[in-house]
Design a protein around this ligand. Structure first.
Ligand code: PLP
Length: 402
């Protein structure tokens, strides 16, 4: 008997990101002959930062060598240090929170909502007198419920930062993510929607935050050309504050091509994600992203399964039927159980006199075990493959339903 349930017949590689094109090749070669190290805010750095700022309607953008360092620079710039608490998502990639450990601050983890994002109702429950800031991640590109989060931060006088590393160009109530708080960071790492292979960028409307982020890792020429003589931080322009976090111009030349195409990618992704939602909604053991009043970036399509057992079964069957890009994310999950966050005093005795234990948190540990994710196509030539993925998944789900 032939196996009649649908499978993926197109051979891998499937959905390999980023799409390397002649345009990227030309941009790299062009940049190679222009310059491969930029000391100030000129050339590709100036062009990219200007485009990025105006796309978001923000005053300042600063390229860095990674998203992690963009987050570090922001935490540092808003003055986070020892004896400060920061409310963090528990369900995220760990780099949202790890820079806080270098700064000696205490992360307080918050459980997630139905989209895997920080649950706004958790914030007042875990607030401490030492809390200085809140950081959020727009998980898998689905924006957090920003209205109550912004409102809470304003009422309590807390700083708000956004990790937009999954969410380039995503919107919440028609407003772009990255524009809701005091500052935002985006990774430009290889998997991300705008990528240079490695890199990061931060944006803010706050001049003081921008200057402090500059001084964190962009000494001398760039600081001299931007921080005015009469500014109270001008005396530190030559040395900065001690790190070097500059981006690589070739990486940013690659990222510029992808950023120029971002709106096209986002519109194809929206269409494709919509079709998957149609194909697989209605199964009682799946929960799909709630996109009410949101335009996700669809960095990935998360499928929230009812149990770990179902997630494992579906993942195994998908891979064996050729849908090799179905994934159970492992390095993204509940953070409060990780050794670094449970044993701060052992890992970093200079910064922490004692460790803190928290969790496990109910929703986020469940999400860590039960999430499946798919890459979402960014061009229509991938439609036949996407249809095969959707039909295969639907076929498997029907088998489980019976
Ligand atoms: C990728 C990522 C980061 C870190 O970015 P790098 O450029 O790899 O340092 C931070 N937060 C989230 C949510 C990410 O996905």
């Amino acid at each position: 008997m032939p196996n009649l349930s649908p499978s993926v017949t197109i051979h891998p590689p499937h959905f390999s990101w980023p799409p390397i094109s002649k345009e990227i090749e030309n941009a790299v070669v062009h940049q190679l002959y222009e310059t491969i190290s930029i000391y100030d805010r000129s050339g590709i750095f100036e062009r990219f930062e200007n485009k990025f700022s105006s796309y978001h309607g923000l005053s300042y953008s600063l390229l860095t060598n990674s998203g992690t360092m963009a987050l570090f620079s922001l935490f540092d710039a808003i003055g986070i240090g020892p004896n400060d608490d920061v409310l963090c998502p528990d369900y995220t990639f760990f780099a949202t929170v790890t820079p806080l450990v270098y700064l000696g601050a205490r992360p307080i983890f918050c459980d997630c909502d139905k989209n895997g994002n920080i649950d706004p109702d958790e914030l007042p429950r875990v607030l401490t007198p030492r809390t200085k800031a809140v950081v959020v991640t727009h998980m898998w590109g689905v924006p957090c419920d920003m209205d109550p989060i912004v409102d809470f931060c304003q009422r309590k006088g807390l700083r708000l930062l956004e990790d937009c590393s999954h969410a380039h160009g995503a919107t919440y109530r028609n407003r772009k993510v990255g524009t809701f708080g005091d500052g935002a960071a985006w990774s430009l790492q290889g998997q991300k929607l705008v990528t240079g292979g490695e890199g990061g960028i931060l944006s803010t409307n706050d001049k003081e935050i921008y200057f402090r982020a500059l001084l964190a890792g962009h000494y001398n020429k760039r600081c001299k050309s931007e921080i005015p003589n009469d500014h109270h931080l001008a005396q530190f322009r030559v040395t900065g504050f001690g790190l070097k976090l500059r981006a690589h111009p070739i990486a940013i030349a690659i990222a510029e091509v992808l950023f120029d195409n971002l709106q096209n990618y986002l519109s194809v992704k929206k269409d494709m994600a919509g079709r998957l939602i149609q194909a697989i909604s209605g199964f009682p053991f799946f929960r799909l992203p709630d996109v009410l009043e949101r335009e996700p970036s669809w960095y990935a399509f998360p499928i929230w399964c009812k149990s770990e057992d179902i997630a494992i079964q579906i993942h195994q069957q998908m891979v064996s039927k050729g849908a090799v890009e179905m994934d159970r994310p492992t390095s993204t999950g509940s953070l409060c159980v990780l050794p670094l966050f449970r044993q701060l005093a052992t890992a970093r005795p200079r910064s922490y006199k004692r460790s803190f234990s928290q969790g496990p948190l109910k929703n986020s540990s469940h999400a860590s075990k039960t999430t499946l994710k798919l890459p979402v196509p960014w061009e229509y030539s991938q439609e036949p493959l996407w249809n095969e993925y959707a039909e295969t998944l639907k076929g498997i789900a029907k088998g489980i339903d019976q």
